[in-house]
Design a protein around this ligand. Structure first.
Ligand code: SAM
Length: 221
């Protein structure tokens, strides 16, 4: 057991509330085996996304940043029949691993995996009339978070929920001296949210298996 109390709490709660079946465990294992970075959401965070998708009655979900499809599986499993997750991934190798994991999890028919830079695939979704999405999960490159958030606003409707991962960055979000591009991207998001009348938003700090971080949550008005 970890010495950190929050990691110990994750160890206690996750097997009980976010228990893994083979598909989720092997999605993580095959991602590691394929050399993907170990930066997927934690099991309890995956379960949180699942709970949020269910609580907004999501039928259409947009995810920016697929990696090996771990969070995609949690989201896809929250959808009713006919529901769909569109997930955007820049790295073709990550996408290939994700495709296999989604197939193995039995959710491939409800997932539309698009390979390319999100800043290119997001306008394509708008042009296709793919929205409005009921939930958007932004979890890709951090400097582009403000642009992805603007796209999320275009692709949602009143009542939709926008979730942005990794915005607290071990507290560096509060460092006004930081020149780290990831921190700057997150600070720009907070400033955008402060002046954005189309959403009501908050930041939830988290501790757990992944240390100190947090999510921005915004409901579209
Ligand atoms: N959501 C995944 C999960 O929890 O299982 C983790 C996603 S990981 C933190 C971020 C992913 O975003 C990586 O696979 C990376 O290749 C992808 N990415 C980075 N920049 C991107 C971009 N400009 N457009 C689309 N995807 C990008």
């Amino acid at each position: 057991m970890s010495h950190e109390p929050w990691a110990a709490v994750d160890d206690y709660v996750a097997p009980r509330l976010a228990g893994h079946d083979n598909a989720l465990s092997s999605a993580l294992a095959s991602s590691v085996a394929a050399g993907l970075p170990e930066i997927a959401v934690s099991p309890l965070q995956g379960q949180m996304l699942h709970v949020l998708a269910k609580s907004v009655g999501a039928l259409k979900v947009l995810e920016v940043g697929t990696l090996g499809g771990y969070s995609t599986i949690w989201l896809a499993r929250a959808l009713p029949d006919g529901g769909r997750v569109v997930t955007l991934e820049a790295d073709p190798h990550h996408a290939t691993v994700a495709q296999s994991n989604l197939q193995n999890a039995g959710v491939i028919d409800s997932v539309d995996l698009r390979v390319g830079m999100a800043i290119d695939t997001l306008p394509q979704l708008e042009a296709e009339g793919a929205g409005p999405f009921d939930l958007v999960f932004i979890d890709a490159d951090k400097p582009s978070i403000p642009e992805y958030f603007q796209w999320a606003l275009k692709l949602t409707r009143p009542g939709s929920l926008i979730v942005v991962d990794n915005v607290v960055r071990r507290g560096k979000l509060a460092d006004s001296e930081s020149r780290d591009e990831d921190v700057l991207g997150c600070r720009r998001l907070i400033e955008m949210l402060e002046h954005e009348p189309r959403v009501t938003s908050t930041v939830v700090q988290t501790v757990g298996a992944k240390g100190h971080d947090g999510f921005a949550l915004a409901v579209v008005l």
